[in-house]
Design a protein around this ligand. Structure first.
Ligand SMILES: *Cc1c(COP(=O)(O)O)cnc(C)c1O
Length: 345
């Protein structure tokens, strides 16, 4: 498959913005920088940040077991997803394939970019319908979004299905792994060399506990990364974000302990809900949230709000009638939720 043929021609022919520091990214502290119209007096933040986030990418590459030139960082994964639309999808002509019920941003970004979405619902047990997806896609289908573990259903997709889609879909396959750190499945990052059309996205917003700094991670072939890199805003990852992310990534043991605790709490919440009379079905979870079918989602949602607990009501999503999505909180928060849910009539 030729990736070049999938890229919009205006992007292929683009002359990227050259930022003042691009030629001096191997920061030599002896240099006197009079090139970027910064205020020269030290505040700790008076200089523009490293546009290529060299130190952070090196660290991430080691953790994710890939090459730094296979990584692009975004202001949240949402920025990464938007860059993917702008690279591959010609407005009013191309389309993307999404698998409802899934993450709402794919559809929103498609609308913003004036790109059509082709929807192929998941099966009743929330797996991709591979042959239907392949039959629905046409010559203008540039990107297929697979969210695994999937939001809001919480399950992972079967590896065989993902692999078949990677082999047979004639465009880019994005695997959104926002919840991979909670999952028992391995990341698809280890398969980048095998599938030139694969883009994996991850984030520091969930397991890494840094939703506030906005850091999304995109991993793909160096060919794809260099194109995405050419259209990203030059200084999209600010200095504070780079510093805080590096610090957090030094303390992986702390992160892993929190993930273990959250996963244990998930099992506790599931077992308590199992014996709750409002529960009709608990779907298997491979993430830090669970999708629960209850007797009356609108009513239960309102009752929880009255008790000052906010969950996500997904009843209007396809295949999610009367379903609530519950994020796993601290042990105290979960106990509060479970106590209230038991008392509802
Ligand atoms: C939360 C979430 C993200 C994370 O988005 P950020 O912009 O990195 O915070 C991405 N994809 C899915 C499916 C999510 O649920």
């Amino acid at each position: 498959m030729s990736i070049q043929n999938l890229i919009r021609s205006n992007i292929l022919n683009l002359k990227p913005y050259a930022s003042a520091r691009d030629d001096f990214k191997d920061f030599d502290m002896e240099m006197t920088f009079l090139d970027a119209n910064e205020n020269p007096f030290e505040t700790g933040l008076n200089r523009y940040p490293d546009p290529q986030q060299t130190a952070l990418k090196l660290r991430l590459a080691r953790i994710k077991n890939c090459n730094p030139n296979q990584i692009l960082l975004g202001n949240g994964s949402d920025e990464v997803l938007d860059l993917i639309f702008r690279t591959f999808c010609e407005p009013e002509k191309d389309n993307v394939v999404i698998l409802p019920p899934t993450y709402g941003m794919y559809g929103v970004l498609a609308n913003i970019n004036n790109v059509q979405t082709l929807k192929v619902n998941l099966t009743a047990d929330f797996q991709p319908q591979v042959s239907r997806i392949l039959n629905t896609a046409n010559e203008n289908s540039k990107v297929l979004f697979l969210c695994s573990p999937n939001n809001p259903t919480a399950n992972s997709f079967e590896a065989e299905s993902i692999e078949e889609l990677l082999q047979k879909f004639k465009g880019i396959v994005v695997i959104d792994e926002a919840y991979i750190d909670f999952s028992k499945h391995e990341s698809w990052v280890s398969r980048l060399e095998e599938f030139p059309n694969l883009i994996v996205t991850q984030t520091l917003s969930k397991a890494f506990g840094l939703a506030g700094i906005r850091l999304g991670i995109c991993m793909a072939s160096s060919e794809i990364i260099s194109v995405l890199n050419s259209i990203k805003p030059p200084y999209n990852i600010n200095q504070l974000t780079q510093e805080v992310a590096l610090k957090r990534l030094e303390n992986l043991e702390l992160v892993n302990n929190q993930i273990e605790l959250i996963n244990a709490e998930r099992n506790r919440v599931i077992s308590s809900l199992t014996s709750n009379k409002i529960t009709q079905k608990i779907f298997p979870s491979d993430a830090n949230f669970i999708l629960v079918k209850v007797d009356d989602a609108n009513k239960r949602y309102q009752q929880l709000v009255e008790k000052e607990i906010v969950v996500r009501n997904r009843t209007k999503e396809p295949l999610c009638e009367n379903c609530l999505r519950l994020t796993i909180g601290t042990p105290d928060e979960n106990t509060k939720l479970l106590t209230i849910l038991k008392s509802l009539i």
